[in-house]
Design a protein around this ligand. Structure first.
Ligand SMILES: *Cc1c(COP(=O)(O)O)cnc(C)c1O
Length: 517
């Protein structure tokens, strides 16, 4: 028996002696969990219910066949769902290096605040006099967002980044209608590297999308942009820092160019966490920008929700903000909930509702909790540390992997697949091999402007030790690829499931369970 570095006994088993599979399909304590319907105990029940009494009035509608609900005891039910939950990878089980998504730590303090009964147990239809604290919280969060962005107005209700884009582009459309130019200004410019929601939103609002090429540094080609300006330009949509993880240094010149052409500047603020407390978008000439509270201000997200995407607006667009919004009068707060009410307040251009109520209250509480616990200096430090961490990862991985662009990055670092050339290993194989090493893969094949892209965002909340372990694992995979290790092509080998046909699953989803004969 040997000893490991911690002095704990270990026993090496020769590969040939180790079994390749188990009778149950389990891998140690990773239990192979069947579907709840496959547990096959339809005639059992975990509770005793009395026989139904009274007359059955369903007549011909009464069920003819057994209902086939699985019958499980309480411990069986509990184990089934707990085991399923343990198959879920989350930010609480390890680093989540998805670039563009900002999967940072969600402080438990935020959760505690969001669960306070005064926030968690209120109803959106309650009389406003009984929810003054909640309205004050929305108003205070709005104040922080305006302060951090240097903008004069904010629409709080959009429920995601993409929804915020829709809100901002609808405000731009409304402003153009008001100017009598909606028919002539139909073109929206967006960089080739843009997140898919940018062109999708522009198209949804009836604009055509014109791609702006990048220069060799990965930033907008300013000359090409100027060439594209014209009287039909409605707006430009720019992400800054951009989706290559780089700051658009010409941002002021870009804003001036679009304003001179009579268009508006929509900024995609998904990467605001790299500059919060350092740069105010209002000083850069932005007309509208969404803020993904679930990225920048650490509210939990993933799997499609929930999110919150408030949109800050310039003087020019503020009048076209949607209802509802919070107004403070004589120490009391009230929500202006309809266009008619907005008109009565002198807001004759206000837009209608984008959501049923006022937005994602739970996310608002968490975001403000994050802001207040960090303070202005803490938010600035979070941005600085995010950039530092990404540059540390970039510097370490450069040894074996190929950065897509030269120079420093912002909060995320981008690699292409040049270093895999001739190895037979591709980005997808590299990502799958990371699963075997215990890491969630980075963002793959995005942005589209980089071949075989690998976009890594470590966030500020990872320690140097964690970053080193992560980098060591990635460097080892890169070295295996270069050494011709073809087992990477079939990774993951140690996960409960092997390489899945993800395209097949998306194209031909099997959504109905049929019992085995
Ligand atoms: C995440 C993201 C979006 C969309 O935000 P959602 O909240 O997911 O709708 C838009 N643009 C960029 C650059 C993003 O990273």
């Amino acid at each position: 028996m040997g000893m490991n570095v911690q002095g704990r006994p270990t026993q090496q088993v020769a590969e040939s002696v180790a079994p390749s599979s188990t009778f149950t399909g389990n891998r140690a304590l990773q239990i192979e969990e069947s579907l709840i319907f496959e547990k096959n105990a339809f005639d059992e029940t975990g509770v005793d219910l009395p026989e139904p009494v009274g007359v059955n009035r369903l007549g011909a509608h009464a069920r003819q066949s057994p209902i086939n609900l699985p019958g499980l005891s309480e411990p069986e039910t509990m184990r089934h769902y707990v085991r399923l939950s343990q198959k879920n990878f989350s930010i609480d089980s390890g680093p989540f290096p998805l670039g563009s998504c900002t999967m940072k730590h969600n402080p438990r303090l935020n959760e505690k605040m969001a669960r306070l009964p005064g926030f968690a147990d209120i109803h959106p239809l309650q009389p406003q006099s009984t929810v003054q604290g909640a309205l004050e919280l929305i108003d205070e969060l709005a104040h922080w967002l305006l302060e951090l962005t240097g903008m004069p107005a904010v629409a709080m209700s959009p429920k995601a980044g993409a929804h915020g884009e829709l809100c901002g582009m609808m405000a731009i459309k409304a402003a153009l209608i008001d100017r009598g130019e909606a028919k002539s200004r139909t073109r929206v410019l967006a960089p080739e590297s843009a997140h898919g929601t940018n062109p999708a939103t522009a198209a949804q609002c009836g604009f055509t999308v014109d791609a702006i090429p990048a220069d060799e540094t990965g930033r907008i080609d300013l000359e090409a942009l100027r060439q594209k300006m014209g009287p039909d330009v409605a707006a430009i949509m720019v992400t800054n820092p951009n989706t290559c993880g780089l700051f658009e240094r010409d941002i002021r010149a870009i804003a001036d160019a679009v304003h001179e052409a009579g268009g508006y500047f929509y900024c995609d603020g998904a990467n605001f966490n790299a500059i919060a407390g350092k740069v105010r978008p209002g000083d850069l000439g932005v007309d509208a920008m969404h803020i993904n509270l679930h990225k920048t201000f650490s509210t939990p997200h993933g799997g499609g929700g929930p999110g919150a995407g408030p949109v800050v607006l310039s003087e020019a667009l503020a009048p076209f903000a949607p209802v509802p919004y919070v107004v403070k009068e004589g120490g009391r707060y009230h929500l202006v909930e309809t266009r008619r009410a907005a008109e009565a307040e002198g807001e004759s251009h206000a837009g209608g509702r984008l959501t049923a109520f006022h937005g994602q209250m739970g996310m608002f509480v968490r975001a403000l909790s994050y802001m207040l616990s960090h303070g202005g200096d803490g938010i600035r430090q979070a941005a600085e540390d995010a950039v530092l961490n990404a540059n540390y990862v970039l510097a370490r991985l450069k040894a074996e992997m190929t950065p897509a662009f030269d120079g420093y990055c912002m909060h995320e670092c981008l690699f292409d697949d040049e270093f895999l050339k001739g190895t037979g290993v591709e980005t997808i194989d590299f990502a799958k091999a990371m699963i075997d090493e215990g890491y969630h893969p980075m963002t793959m094949y995005f942005p589209l402007v980089v071949h075989g892209a690998m976009l890594i965002e470590p966030t500020e909340s990872e320690s140097k030790q964690e970053l080193d372990r992560f980098c060591d694992a990635l460097l080892s995979i890169a070295r295996r690829a270069k050494a011709g290790d073809q087992s990477l092509k079939t990774a993951p080998h140690f996960a409960p499931r092997r390489r899945l046909d993800e395209t097949g699953a998306a194209r031909n989803p099997v959504l109905r369970w049929t019992p085995a004969e």
